[in-house]
Design a protein around this ligand. Structure first.
Ligand SMILES: C[S@@+](CC[C@H](N)C(=O)[O-])C[C@H]1O[C@@H](n2cnc3c(N)ncnc32)[C@H](O)[C@@H]1O
Ligand code: SF4
Length: 355
């Protein structure tokens, strides 16, 4: 691509990334992928997932955390800053969600401050069990762009059965606090979504989740497909045995969202991308610095094995701009572009449109 076209792509993307709507944001990223794929040398990504902790205070049944033998660990603030530097000056946005609870990290506030200082767009998921008034105020004041609060269940009984250790009322209170804090701060952000993983147990509650989002004053209800061989057994996944029912439930949720004026983020079964765009557009950096194409690669207590077989380098030991064009990344892109699905990509729900 001619350098001036690259500049145009970049400046358009920058404008879209500043927009508060994730739908516009994803659209911009998807659009840019087409252009990026044709480049012989791929520009390092504008977006990174930086996992800051693998500690958690819950044990949700569908989450790999519930089967992990690894001891949880935190990324120190100094190393976080080093990774932001190593990511490069093109970086525009970070997702601070990993397989752990970000609000447990005692330096999380300092990390948000550092991101704000750099003008980065920030989002994260939280179980909201620790979302006090003070946290809500700081999140709003520090200009966090998006917060996704996990609600795997729109009814108390389902929620507490799946999100083991969580209390339904307390998490609802966390959402109300965030809504109030951004009002007090006079901001439109954070954009607040309540999120549900689509499982046999949660499918009947998708419409109720939309209603809950409206009742709590959130902006959106988000649904996502189940990732990974969660129990690490290789057995058929016990959590979703009726994939054929997903589309009808989501259509009903969409109608309810329209009626209530709630945004909906949802998978589109059967309409996934023919080639996964992620190795061209973003990366997932585990707490130990291992660079992976996405969070699917972290599943089911296999971190050491996956890092040694499928890791794409260590962020901080090398700048991302270098790793991004070395053999492991080039080979992964080549395999995906030619229709192969290497390693953990084989189990990815994205091409089937169910993530
Ligand atoms: C891994 S959690 C980490 C952040 C935080 N602890 C939380 O629960 O929101 C991020 C999101 O992934 C979802 N999740 C958990 N297990 C999953 C799985 N196997 N597949 C897809 N999403 C999953 C959670 O419900 C949550 O919304
Ligand atoms: S989904 Fe989040 S809260 Fe639940 S066990 Fe996993 S990391 Fe913890």
């Amino acid at each position: 691509m001619h350098p001036s076209r690259t500049r145009v792509v970049r400046s358009l993307l920058r404008r879209e990334l500043a927009a508060p709507s994730p739908r516009r944001w994803m659209g911009a990223v998807t659009w840019a992928v087409g252009a990026a794929r044709r480049l012989p040398v791929v520009s390092p990504p504008l977006h990174l997932h930086l996992e800051i902790t693998t500690r958690c205070n819950l044990a949700c049944t569908m989450c790999e955390h519930s089967v992990w033998s690894d001891k949880g660990r935190d990324l120190p603030l100094s190393e976080f800053v080093r990774r932001l530097d190593a990511a490069g000056p093109q970086l525009r946005s970070v997702d601070l969600t990993g397989i752990g609870e970000p609000l447990l990290h005692h330096e999380f506030e300092a990390m948000l401050t550092e991101c704000a200082r750099r003008g980065l767009r920030v989002r994260f998921n939280t179980n909201a069990t620790l979302l006090t008034d003070r946290w809500a105020e700081r999140i709003a004041e520090l200009g966090v762009d998006e917060v996704h609060v996990s609600f795997d269940g729109a009814r108390k009984e389902t929620f507490e059965r799946l999100r083991v250790g969580g209390r339904f009322e307390k998490v609802q209170e966390g959402v109300r606090r965030l809504v109030a804090a951004r009002g007090t701060a006079g901001r439109r952000t954070p954009w607040i979504s309540i999120q549900m993983v689509l499982l046999d147990d949660t499918l009947p509650e998708v419409v109720e989740l939309v209603e809950l989002a409206a009742a709590l004053g959130a902006d959106a209800a988000s649904f996502q497909g189940l990732l990974g061989d969660v129990l690490g057994s290789g057995a058929q996944n016990p959590f979703i045995t009726r994939p054929g029912e997903v589309a009808a439930h989501l259509a009903a949720a969409e109608r309810r969202a329209q009626a209530l004026g709630i945004e909906l983020a949802r998978p589109h079964p059967g309409k996934g991308p023919s080639v996964c765009p992620l190795p061209w557009t973003q990366a997932f950096v585990q707490v130990d610095g291992t660079v992976l194409p996405c969070c699917l690669y972290t599943q089911a207590d296999q971190r050491a094995h996956i890092a040694s077989h499928f890791g794409l380098g260590k962020l901080g030991e090398e700048p991302l701009a270098t790793l991004w064009n070395e053999a492991p990344y080039r080979e992964l892109r080549g395999a995906l572009a030619s229709g192969q699905r290497p390693g953990p990509c084989a189990g990815c729900p994205l091409p089937r449109g169910i993530y």
